[in-house]
Design a protein around this ligand. Structure first.
Ligand code: ADP
Ligand code: MG
Length: 198
């Protein structure tokens, strides 16, 4: 992991999140309070502004800096949860990312603990967990396959009944809409993978 590659990855994720802010907000308007895109945009604009100095850090420190920014800037339910994901990853990851599958598994467990949530409740975990499983299974072409895994997993939240987060207040009316956090998680996975292929 060179500073140049890390810089490229950070900008790819931040730019995609900023570019999809309206879409995420639209999704959150259907099942929440319509701020997910605004929240993520605010957080990733802060991450983007610091990308140069963050990319100079060793990978664990860089992930810590990103997680801290997300906790401070995103807000809502998703800020602490995405913050937890990146901060837990920063604690577990080796500087050369060689243990990514196990580190990511622990980070997903940390999100579950923080959210008191599990896959199947129509949240970001419905993307993070299947991505984690695919990572753990390994095999060739992971960076080519994971975006599809994540996108299908986000689509699979459409028929789900929300039982966590703001969408759960809607009860049955949460059915028929994609979870905004599932979509933002799928976008992050796709951005990282695509940037790794560049
Ligand atoms: P808020 O719901 O506070 O307005 P956001 O709109 O930014 O925050 O984020 C909503 C997203 O956060 C949801 O779509 C869902 O994916 C995720 N989320 C909310 N609560 C939880 C939870 N307990 N566990 C996992 N993810 C959650
Ligand atoms: Mg919201």
């Amino acid at each position: 992991m060179t500073p140049a590659l890390l810089h490229h990855l950070i900008l790819a994720v931040a730019d995609d999140m900023i570019a999809h802010a309206d879409e995420l907000t639209e999704l959150d308007r259907a099942v929440g309070d319509g701020d997910h895109g605004i929240n993520m945009k605010r957080g990733f604009e802060a991450v983007r502004a610091d990308a140069g100095s963050t990319a100079e850090k060793p990978l664990p420190d860089a992930l810590k800096a990103i997680g801290t920014q997300l906790v401070m800037k995103v807000g809502g339910a998703s800020g602490p949860l995405y913050g937890t994901l990146f901060l837990a990853l920063s604690k577990e990851i080796a500087p050369d990312a060689s243990n990514l599958p196990t580190a990511f598994a622990k980070a997903v467990e940390a999100v579950k603990a923080r959210g008191k949530s599990q896959p199947g409740q129509k949240t970001m975990l419905d993307v993070l967990a299947p991505v984690q499983t695919a990572l753990a299974e390994g095999g060739g072409d992971l960076s080519a396959r994971l975006p599809g895994v994540a996108a299908s997993a986000a689509d699979a939240t459409i028929p789900m009944l929300a039982t966590r987060g703001r969408a759960s207040f809607l009860g049955e009316r949460s059915i028929g809409h994609m979870d905004p956090g599932a979509r933002s998680s799928a976008l992050i996975v796709a951005s990282v993978c695509r940037a790794l292929e560049d």
